[in-house]
Design a protein around this ligand. Structure first.
Ligand SMILES: *Cc1c(COP(=O)(O)O)cnc(C)c1O
Length: 434
């Protein structure tokens, strides 16, 4: 009996297939070779015929040279931290693609000399918040806070902060520890639930660098509570820094308790810090807005260089600010009747055997803030057993399991993704039948 292993086509023979040669150009030799080796192994195990090795290798090629997969967010959580927070707008994706090559990020094409890095993004941000004397952009919200602290409070100067605002952001990272890690000392005032202006005033001394107000963006305290407004804090005679977290630049009608940069600056804050990839709907970035002299000090500090954003971020941020409404703010504006219409259309397109049903649902902002806000939404309910297969499908869909059913909540699903969602469910149903 001939050794079946002899019949397995050699790697170089398989790689000569024009489809695989093209794939080497597109995603590189390593991933293509991996797909070939896996197909050869299937053949060795007797799962496929030798003649099918190239076809199977082609079919199993990754779409691109990243292990990251594109996911449909049907969780009902608009800013989902584990799904990469804000999805970028089409305009921002195009901008990233443009900036990916050689680009004039730091060159003035008119004079041929060095230009201000990321001018377009900075001007776009400044234009949306005219109350800011100047703006600066760093890697993320935590970096913005670290830079402010490092420049204003290094060497053990103190930051006065309310006990109720000592926030753990996520993944075990805590704002107070972040502040101490760059050399500040914390002076905590008030209690978990209450703080008064006199608490702040009593904590000030010649070593005070600034008063920090942190928005509790991922929890609420209710009941017997009190806090001090930004406006009141500005009378204390030391700089007031406000970490608003979510990146709203102006008030949002559906999120009345979420602070925004414009309102906080008008109330007299000297500096505001925020994230770019929460409610602003842009790339991961940290925004600093405020008094021009302070912003300039931050920009010129040696530490600023360690937090510098790359050209891709600058491009995406500019397009987020100047382009069409990005997916996150679009999701916040979605109305239940529109979602119900889409859910009905999706249900009608799915195999009746799955007994898909349109149900009312409640979405949330999620990692972006507004922990107290419920966003009325609509979902397609399916059998719970589909949750795993849908996550693992060719086009992964992540839903939410509730009371024994899988809910595909449409709040954070862009209308353009409906067909992909239908297709993904159909494939899973088809595989179940086999
Ligand atoms: C999210 C958040 C941060 C951290 O911002 P990153 O962009 O995740 O670094 C800091 N402060 C507040 C209040 C936040 O909500």
């Amino acid at each position: 009996m001939p050794d079946p292993r002899r019949e397995i086509p050699r790697t170089d023979q398989v790689l000569a297939d024009p489809r695989l040669r093209e794939a080497v150009e597109r995603i590189g030799p390593r991933l293509v070779k991996q797909a070939v080796v896996a197909a050869q192994q299937q053949c060795r195990d007797g799962g496929i015929e030798p003649a099918a090795v190239a076809d199977i290798a082609v079919a199993s090629l990754p779409v691109g040279a990243t292990t990251l997969r594109r996911v449909i967010n049907a969780t009902g959580v608009v800013v989902h931290t584990n799904l990469g927070r804000a999805p970028l707008s089409r305009a921002a994706v195009d901008a990233v693609s443009t900036a990916a090559g050689a680009t004039d990020v730091e060159l003035d094409l008119a004079t041929g000399r060095r230009g201000r890095r990321g001018r377009g993004a900075l001007e776009a941000l400044a234009a949306q918040v005219p109350d800011a004397g100047a703006v600066h952009v760093v890697n993320n919200g935590a970096a913005a806070l670290a830079l402010v602290t490092r420049v204003l409070a290094r060497g053990g100067r103190s930051i006065v902060i309310a006990r109720g605002e000592l926030v753990e952001i996520g993944d075990g990272f805590r704002i107070p520890e972040l502040l101490e890690s760059v050399g500040a000392r914390l002076r905590e005032v008030g209690t978990t639930n209450r703080v008064r202006l006199s608490d702040y005033a009593g904590a000030l001394d010649s070593d005070t660098a600034f008063v920090l107000k942190v928005h509790p963006s991922n929890f609420t305290v209710s009941g017997f509570t009190s806090s001090v407004s930004v406006g009141e804090l500005t009378g204390l005679g030391v700089p007031v820094v406000v970490d608003i977290g979510s990146g709203l630049l102006a008030p949002h009608p559906r999120l009345p308790n979420e602070p925004d940069a414009t309102t906080v600056l008008r109330a007299g804050a000297d500096l505001v810090t925020a994230s770019g990839d929460k409610l602003l709907g842009g790339p991961q970035a940290g925004l600093v807005l405020g008094e021009a002299g302070l912003v300039e000090r931050l920009r010129r500090d040696p530490f600023a260089r360690a937090l510098r954003v790359d050209k891709l971020t600058l491009a995406a941020l500019e397009a987020t600010l100047t382009g069409p409404t990005p997916p996150v703010p679009a999701a916040l504006d979605r109305r239940p009747d529109e979602l119900r219409r889409r859910a009905r259309m999706i249900c009608a397109a799915l195999p009746p055997g799955l007994e898909p049903e349109v149900v009312d649902s409640e979405g949330v902002v999620g990692g972006g803030g507004a922990p107290d806000v419920v966003l009325p939404s609509v979902a397609v309910a399916l059998p719970e057993r589909l949750a795993g297969p849908l996550r693992l499908g060719e086009h992964p869909v992540v839903g939410r399991v509730e009371r024994g059913r899988l809910l595909l909540d449409l709040l954070a699903v862009a209308p353009g993704e409906d067909d992909g969602l239908i297709d993904a469910v159909k494939r899973v149903a088809c595989r179940e039948e086999r």
